[in-house]
Design a protein. Structure first.
Length: 478
């Protein structure tokens, strides 16, 4: 530890500087001392905490990551508790927005990314000392369960507005109350589950889910519509959580969000079972409901042709019902050569086992496009061999997978960029402070002063180049 005393000790602002980069620490200390401030400079959290308990300070200037990520906020918290009138600043080489959010929450007076201008730092210190500590009240930290309870009315209204935008759902002749149904009662049950960290739905939540499934059946909903509404509800809840992120207990955020997803999945499964229980048994043994699905392709085929199909399948593959009736849909001819072996293997499985393992393939559409599909089938008869198959268009899923890969690649790149930023910005910060000391040295010759001024100019060019490159490199995936 080093204590540097500037001129006018009695009136000097007392500053505690903490940074585990020795070069940065020494240069910051020297600049602050030269500016007439009383400085205590240490390299570890333990030393800083010891000083906070023993000595009075006006300003804390702490690096964000000292030994461990986020240690700077540990010192901010300690300073706020022990010396609440002191101003606090965070200094870091990581241009990380999450750190900025934490800085706001911890009521840090300012947040600097290395390298910073010396005059900016000095002005910030002088500014906080001149106006005194004017901290705003910290927002009350809440749990996700509290947010669900407090925002329940807003969630219901936003969910309703999202749902009725679907033409298919809004066409059902129902009142607003009939559509909202169980949601106002379900949200408090979900909040209770989060608060109690329960692994299963409560008895009341199960009852509500069952009632919901029965009600939706009698209201004329299809199962895809029930799934659609549940997905929208989960989306609205996530939007509400995101909007309240700054006031949430982050230590429980991820577990709570995962628990919400699991609870919503359990809810919709119970609802659908209750829905299906209302269907007459004669219909439960057939695939008539699947045949009506607007999202799932249903096909009856033999070894070459599509014999029958629902509208969803015809729409997927670009054919109409007249062409189907004329026997013009040849699934084998639609299949590119590279997928024929998969088709033949599936046919042999149907012959031997009565079902085939679902597999992915592509179909060539009449307009020449190639689209990916997931197909599974069960045998209907052996002689002639016929089967019923479900067909799912994977186009959107493939796009999502590609987007997810791009995001993962960008996240990896972002982590590397942050590390490089830290390694470049720390020595730049030290050089900025050092050249400032040289510029203001009273014994410099004119030639030496010219060289120092030139060095400052080169440093500024390097700093600007680094900032520009980092900014361009941090653009996320489009």
């Amino acid at each position: 530890m080093r204590d540097g005393l500037g001129v006018s000790q009695a009136a000097a602002t007392r500053v505690l500087v903490v940074d585990d980069d020795t070069a940065v620490l020494r240069s910051v200390e020297a600049v602050l001392v030269q500016s007439g401030l009383e400085v205590s400079a240490v390299e570890t959290v333990a030393e800083a905490l010891d000083l906070i308990g023993k000595k009075q300070f006006d300003v804390l200037l702490a690096d964000l990551n000292i030994g461990e990520p986020g240690d700077g906020f540990t010192m901010v918290g300690a300073m706020r508790r022990v010396q609440p009138k002191a101003s606090t600043f965070i200094l870091t080489g990581y241009p990380d927005i999450e750190s900025a959010i934490l800085a706001i929450r911890n009521q840090v007076d300012d947040y600097f990314v290395k390298p910073l201008r010396v005059d900016q730092l000095l002005m910030a210190i002088e500014g906080t000392r001149a106006r005194g500590s004017r901290r705003v009240q910290a927002p009350r930290i809440r749990s996700v369960a509290e947010v669900l309870r407090e925002c329940a009315t807003d969630i219901c209204e936003r969910w309703f507005q999202e749902v009725i935008r679907s033409e298919e759902v809004s066409a059902l002749p129902l009142s607003k109350e009939e559509r909202i149904d169980h949601v106002p009662e379900l949200l408090p049950e979900l909040a209770n589950q989060l608060q109690e960290h329960a692994k299963e739905l409560s008895a009341e939540a199960v009852r509500l889910s069952q009632k919901h499934g029965r009600t939706r059946y009698h209201q004329g909903y299809t199962i895809p519509q029930v799934l659609f509404e549940t997905r929208i509800l989960e989306k609205v809840i996530c939007d509400i959580i995101e909007e309240n992120l700054l006031t949430l207990n982050l230590s429980r955020l991820v577990p709570d969000v995962l628990e919400i997803g699991q609870a919503m999945q359990a809810h919709v499964e119970i609802s659908i079972r209750a829905y299906q229980a209302q269907i007459p048994s004669s219909l439960q043994t057939s695939f008539s409901m699947l045949y009506k699905s607007p999202y799932l392709g249903v096909v009856i085929a033999d070894e070459h042709r599509v014999i029958d199909a629902n509208d969803a399948f015809l729409r997927m593959v670009g054919y109409n019902r007249d062409e189907l009736v004329r026997g013009e849909i040849d699934w084998l001819a639609m299949t590119p050569e590279r997928y024929r072996s998969q088709d033949f293997a599936a046919v042999e499985q149907l012959r031997e086992f009565g079902a085939c393992v679902p597999f992915e393939k592509e179909f060539m559409l009449p307009d020449g496009r190639m689209l990916p599909f997931l197909i599974g089938a069960v045998r209907l008869s052996i002689e002639p061999l016929q089967w019923s198959a479900y067909v799912v268009n994977l186009t959107e899923q493939r796009k999502l997978q590609a987007a997810e890969r791009k995001v993962r690649e960008w996240e990896t790149k972002y982590a590397v960029i942050n590390r490089l930023a830290h390694e470049v910005n720390n020595p730049l910060a030290a050089l900025v402070f050092t050249t400032h000391l040289l510029q203001t040295h009273p014994d410099l010759t004119e030639d030496m002063r010219t060289l120092v001024d030139d060095s400052v100019g080169m440093l500024l060019r390097i700093e600007e180049t680094v900032r520009r490159v980092l900014a361009e490199s941090q653009d996320g995936p489009s």
